[in-house]
Write a protein that binds this ligand. Structure first.
Ligand SMILES: Cc1cc2nc3c(=O)[nH]c(=O)nc-3n(C[C@H](O)[C@H](O)[C@H](O)COP(=O)(O)OP(=O)(O)OC[C@H]3O[C@@H](n4cnc5c(N)ncnc54)[C@H](O)[C@@H]3O)c2cc1C
Length: 400
């Protein structure tokens, strides 16, 4: 059997996990990772909440449900094996009034269908977990936890180097030429020839797919998620993870309170349309990205359907008081003087031409190519299992 050369685009947690799985499962093959930034996990992976989700929210039978539930276990196991910090602290999803109870019960049923260790608890029982929470009832999810996904990326990159793979930072992919039996990837540091291309470029994955000759059924639209942080003397208001009951129409979970692995407590993220794929603040505008958004029929269709939700999110983004008011629904003692801005992340959310938000992970396979076109939350949690899924579906030998 000949050696197959794999070229992975993107050194976020998904690309690194795929490269690591290739290296482990196909020791005779070669693996190169191309990452445009100088460090690993510089975009979505390095700007997220650090939560290892359990699998509560996802449609039973979906890729998200299967790979999140399995990914939760494999992420904690990876951290244990490699001495990385983690804490399976559990989380509470709280119904703050009676009107939210049917949706909370719906989540309970869905969690059970996904095989999770969850418990529906009264408001009083909820306060045994989180003494400052306001809840008429809550769902306690025991298997949710926290990690440092940046540290996971650095460990994966270290393992790749040790195992003989080639993770190349500061190498931006600018073009792809497909040829019989493989691809030539053009980068800012020269050409890389490969037998198989695996595109894990996150916020730019649809563009890499198009450069590779794929007609994508979706476009990636960037939604910024902004965070505040609790000032140190108010951190004791939150022990672990406190989430609201989400609106099932959207893939976003609603602003929540998250104790991070470094013991800070983050509040957020919200979800506002960004004017750049790497638009971490209102001031970051990228004309090409704005043009792509404005000329995309799918975004206009989404806007027509959900403009009220969008305007509410913008108002909350611009007003610290409104942001604090959302938090106070969960923990009434919190006010706007208790929080300070704490950065943002940008989600790569794929949207269909009819304006539908792609709910499940979307992985498109073509001849000698695999494109990860929708890997928003919980893809960091699920990354090791997304990698296993992708690698298990590759033909045994693709060398030319
Ligand atoms: C605010 C926020 C909160 C979140 N919270 C959670 C959470 O708590 N738990 C969870 O499981 N998930 C969470 N997520 C989702 C999670 O972060 C992502 O699903 C996951 O990080 C996706 O990983 P990725 O490798 O696909 O993308 P990325 O981490 O974005 O990596 C893609 C990489 O590709 C590189 N790249 C792009 N274009 C090129 C090019 N042309 N050439 C070379 N390299 C290129 C980029 O520089 C980047 O490093 C959150 C996301 C956000 C934004």
């Amino acid at each position: 059997m000949m050696m197959t050369k794999f070229v992975v685009v993107g050194g976020g947690i998904v690309g690194l996990a795929v490269a690591h799985r290739l290296m482990t499962d196909r020791p005779g093959d070669s693996v190169t990772v191309l990452e445009k930034e100088s460090g690993w996990g510089a975009h979505q992976t390095g700007h997220n909440s650090g939560v290892v989700h359990a699998g509560v929210y996802y449609q039973p039978g979906s890729l998200k449900a299967a790979l999140c539930v399995a990914g939760n276990a494999s992420m904690f196991q990876f951290c244990e094996e490699h001495g990385l910090p983690y804490d399976i602290c559990g989380k509470l999803i709280v119904a703050t009034d009676e009107a939210e109870l049917p949706r909370l019960h719906g989540l309970h049923q869905r969690s059970l269908a996904n095989g999770l260790p969850v418990r529906l608890v009264s408001g009083e029982e909820a306060r045994a977990y989180e003494p400052h929470v306001s809840a008429v009832a809550a769902l306690h999810v025991a298997s949710t936890g926290i990690v440092d996904f940046g540290a996971v990326c650095r460990k994966l990159a270290e393992l790749l180097v040790a195992g003989g793979a080639e993770p190349k930072a500061d190498t931006e992919v600018t073009g792809v030429t497909t040829r019989t039996g493989g691809v030539v990837v053009h980068t800012t540091r020269g050409e890389v020839a490969g037998d198989v291309l695996i595109n894990c470029a996150g916020l730019h994955a649809d563009r890499i797919a198009r450069l590779s000759g794929i007609t994508t059924p979706v476009q990636i639209v960037p939604f910024r998620g902004e965070y505040y942080e609790l000032i140190p003397r108010r951190r004791d208001l939150v022990r672990g993870l406190i989430y609201p009951v989400p609106d099932p129409q959207f893939p976003f979970l609603g602003v929540h309170l998250t104790r991070m692995i470094d013991d800070t407590v983050h509040a957020g993220p919200n979800a506002v349309l960004a004017a750049a794929r790497e638009g971490y603040s209102w001031g970051r505008i990228n004309p090409r990205d704005v043009w792509d958004e404005l000329t995309y029929r799918g975004l206009w269709a989404l806007g027509r359907k959900h403009y009220r939700y969008g305007l509410t999110e913008v108002a909350r983004s611009l007003s610290k008081k409104r942001f604090a008011a959302s938090l106070a629904r969960l923990v009434p003692e919190l006010t706007s003087v208790d929080i300070v801005p704490a950065g943002a992340g940008v989600r790569a959310q794929a949207i269909r031409r009819d304006g539908g938000l792609v709910d499940d992970f979307l992985i498109v396979e073509a001849d000698r190519q695999v494109h990860v076109l929708n890997a928003p939350s919980p893809a960091a949690t699920s990354s090791l299992e997304i990698a296993r899924h992708i690698v298990s579906r590759l033909p045994a030998d693709q060398a030319c």
